[in-house]
Design a binder for this molecule. Structure first.
Ligand SMILES: Nc1ncnc2c1ncn2[C@@H]1O[C@H](COP(=O)(O)OP(=O)(O)O)[C@@H](O)[C@H]1O
Ligand SMILES: [Mg+2]
Length: 499
């Protein structure tokens, strides 16, 4: 009898979680805090009780080594001492989500920083989540309008597509994101300003977004002076908020500025926690985390997150590790050119260097043909530009170049767009129709154009016979050949339903 009571007692003490949830700080080195205990999982939030410092400091478990728990603080670490208590809270980072988030500005943990009232909600979304099941993702067949002519016309974007915006600093990435936020037809914008300069957030909100843009956006802001873990978590919190709206069946636009700063925060954390540097100092965990973050956008079985992620390319080096990794994961890249920006050609999109991998599946045959023709004309002009500029090209030597010269200004005017000048998809495609003479039917101009690929029934025609000047004599045979080759390309495409 006594033995059985004793055994019961021993069993229950074994099961009871007594001291395991509290640990003690054993070392603080730079960003990294080590403690003996508590028992916790990676990503779990802990509270460090530092009576001589600021009281309670939130930290997250980033590594486990024997009994040592490695933590990184969300806040400044002043005042932490060896022996301070570390209490595991039993959960990972979660964000309260609801419609109340619209028009609000949040910090890296989803707390409002705009003094516009409470956003608490019973619905919590985990900041760290898995991407949707690939087999449950809807195929991307509908296009979304960004309101930027160069993108909608020549780099058609699908609902749920993810693209990178690549450029050096000061070429117009943030301004382009602002333009998209203001003019897109998406239901909600989630804007993540990760690791940018502190003054950029108010600038972005007032100048680029404006009150009407802000009303349909949620912003998550973690400036460059916040600890690296906060920058990292800001990225996850913004993505979680986008996931919430996607689960409500909405078409969300996630505007992420910038992935490079996210990767650099990853590097600071990786190196501090003792990871070996791999490429250019980036630890292996950066290459592992990047796809995990970027794959969370896209379509699910309910709604879509269209993602624009900016990437800073130093010295226009597109092969540096972050740019290279991001380019490999995303479904397209938009390259901004310093030359264009310097000649006040804004948005400074280098169309010929940029690609939208899904453009063929989301745009109709006539729009595709018009886009193809404009690109081709631009390419011909770009090849001959040096000759033209030094006056070495003589009109009449090459009909293609002559044609490209006559179209050059019209195309430039189409591509240059003021930051506060909206352009609907219909306006964009009508202008392209005017430039190329390709008849773009109305059904291709609609935003929700699921039946696009079959819309034109394979018949693509040029509406207005191109009024050609002497310099513009594209031989008839050439033009027919070009049209036929594009038309045959479309006829070989499977119908939309079969795609
Ligand atoms: N569409 C535009 N129209 C006019 N000026 C622009 C435009 N886009 C960028 N700029 C100019 O370029 C500067 C830097 O742009 P920004 O978007 O902050 O670049 P990045 O984010 O690439 O560093 C802006 O302050 C502005 O002067
Ligand atoms: Mg910027």
């Amino acid at each position: 009898m006594e033995i059985s009571i004793c055994k019961k007692y021993l069993d229950s003490t074994e099961r009871t979680d007594t001291i395991k949830c509290i640990g003690r700080v054993s070392k603080v080195q730079g960003l990294l805090i080590e403690s003996r205990g508590p028992q916790a999982i990676i990503g779990e939030i802990c509270r460090i009780v530092a009576p001589k410092g600021r009281g309670q400091i939130r930290a997250e478990v980033v590594g486990l080594r024997n009994e040592i728990v490695q933590l990184m603080a969300y806040e400044e670490t002043d005042g932490i001492e060896v022996g301070d208590r570390v209490v595991a809270l039993g959960s990972r980072l979660e964000v309260p989500v609801s419609e109340k988030l619209m028009g609000r500005v949040l910090d890296a943990f989803g707390n409002p920083i705009d003094d516009k009232g409470d956003i608490s909600s019973d619905c919590l979304y985990p900041a760290l989540a898995s991407p949707p099941d690939p087999l449950k993702r809807k195929r991307i067949t509908r296009r979304i309008s960004t309101g930027v002519r160069a993108i909608d016309g020549l780099l058609a974007v699908g609902k749920g597509q993810r693209l990178g915006i690549f450029s050096g600093s000061g070429v117009g990435k943030s301004s382009l994101l602002g333009m998209i936020a203001r003019n897109t037809t998406a239901d909600v914008n989630v804007v993540a300003l990760i690791g940018e300069r502190g003054r950029e957030a108010p600038d972005f909100i007032e100048k680029d977004l404006g009150p009407e843009g802000l009303a349909r956006s949620v912003l998550v802001v973690t400036p460059s002076n916040s600890p690296p873990l906060a920058r990292l978590r800001g990225a996850y919190v913004a993505t979680a908020i986008a996931e919430y709206f996607r689960d409500q069946g909405k078409d969300v636009m996630l505007l992420f500025d910038s992935v490079t700063r996210f990767a650099r925060a990853m590097r600071e954390i990786g190196l501090a926690s003792g990871e070996p540097p791999a490429q250019r100092g980036f630890p292996p965990s950066m290459f592992d985390s990047m796809p995990k973050l970027l794959e969370r956008s896209g379509t699910s079985d309910k709604g879509s997150i269209t993602g624009f992620y900016t990437v800073l390319v130093d010295g226009d080096d597109m092969d540096e590790p972050v740019a290279d990794t991001v380019r490999g994961i995303l479904d397209g890249h938009i390259v901004l050119s310093r030359d264009l920006a310097q000649s006040y050609h804004y948005p400074a999109i280098d169309v010929l260097q940029s690609i939208s991998r899904l453009a063929p599946s989301v745009s109709g045959p006539a729009s595709k043909m018009a886009a193809g023709e404009i690109r081709r004309t631009m390419a011909v002009y770009a090849r001959a530009e040096d000759l033209i500029n030094v006056g070495a090209y003589h009109q009449g030597s090459n009909p293609e170049i002559d044609y490209a010269i006559t179209k050059h200004n019209q195309i430039e005017n189409f591509l240059i767009q003021d930051i506060d000048e909206p352009s609907t998809l219909e306006e964009t495609l009508s202008l392209m129709s005017e430039i190329t003479g390709v008849d773009i039917p109305e059904e291709e101009m609609a935003d929700n154009n699921e039946k696009l690929l079959t819309a034109a029934g394979g018949v693509i025609k040029k509406i207005k016979p191109q009024k050609t000047t002497a310099a513009e004599q594209l031989p008839a045979a050439d033009s027919v050949m070009a049209l036929n080759s594009v038309a045959s390309l479309f006829s070989s495409l499977p119908a939309a339903s079969a795609l």
